[in-house]
Design a protein around this ligand. Sequence first.
Ligand code: HSE
Length: 316
Amino acid sequence: MRIGIIGIGVVGREVINILEEQGQKIEKLFSEKVEVVKICNRSPKEGLDSYEMTHDYKVLLEDNSIDTIIELVGGIEIPYDIAKKTLEAGKNFITANKYLLAIHGKELFVLATENNSKLFYEAAVGGGIPVLSPLKEGLFPNEITRVRGILNGTSNYILTEMDGGATFSEALEGATIKGYAEADPTFDIEGIDTAHKISLLSYLAFGKFIDFNEIEIEGITKLTIEDIKNAKEQEAKYKLIGEAKLEGDKISLSVKPTLISSSELLYGVDGVYNAVEIDGTYTGKTILYGEGAGGSATASAVISDLYKVIASKNWN
Ligand code: HSE
């Protein structure tokens, strides 16, 4: 496997660390050599002298020896260009970019199929929690009736910190320092990032994309310390919940702060942790829980997609 990595931020750096630390194990498991051929970043980065670096992503896309591109750029315009060109070139595309896929996923999945390329995005939802594979594979005999969860590490961290006495801005600063927040944290606190993620979960659960503009979205910015205190008195907590449900043949998606009582499992999901509840006809409720943001957890999910590339090759 010959890899090109585009974007060395919090997650990209950890992807390289894991590949370096686990290289031998990964190669043994994959039964093939795994090499990072080129790395692209807008500005030079320290500690990567042993790699071929460029600031022009087209250099990686035009390198015929690279078979797999890992895109960790963030934003949407450049990643969209990278995704299209990668798939059109017949390369595999791995991304953590929920924004890109919530808006352009429909087109990109078709493009991947047409070009016999693989498109994997486990890191796009729930950080380090492997949630897309269980939904697509492990639970496939079920009809899914609802998926809901805490899907944004930053806003959950903020709510937890506010519960402990911090102000909103102190808590947001903490989430930014820890590498949880988006480059534009409005996406986190206004529920947009959660909406991107619930739209992808809904696609996997129900098999079709809902127009992003149809999602009812409310973030956590209107919640006050008073609201949080009042919730505590009722033995409850506000959590930013993304929900996708199927009623008859109608799929509806929403993101909103929701009062969760202490009797529910989601009540104990604090800090950067995320959890996803999946209601299936045979399994009942399945809950997946883990770190929803941050470099190492998200990088773990990115690397797991390399395994999917290998596994899918062996199935062909
Ligand atoms: N900003 C995102 C979050 C990163 O806080 O959940 C992980 O998708």
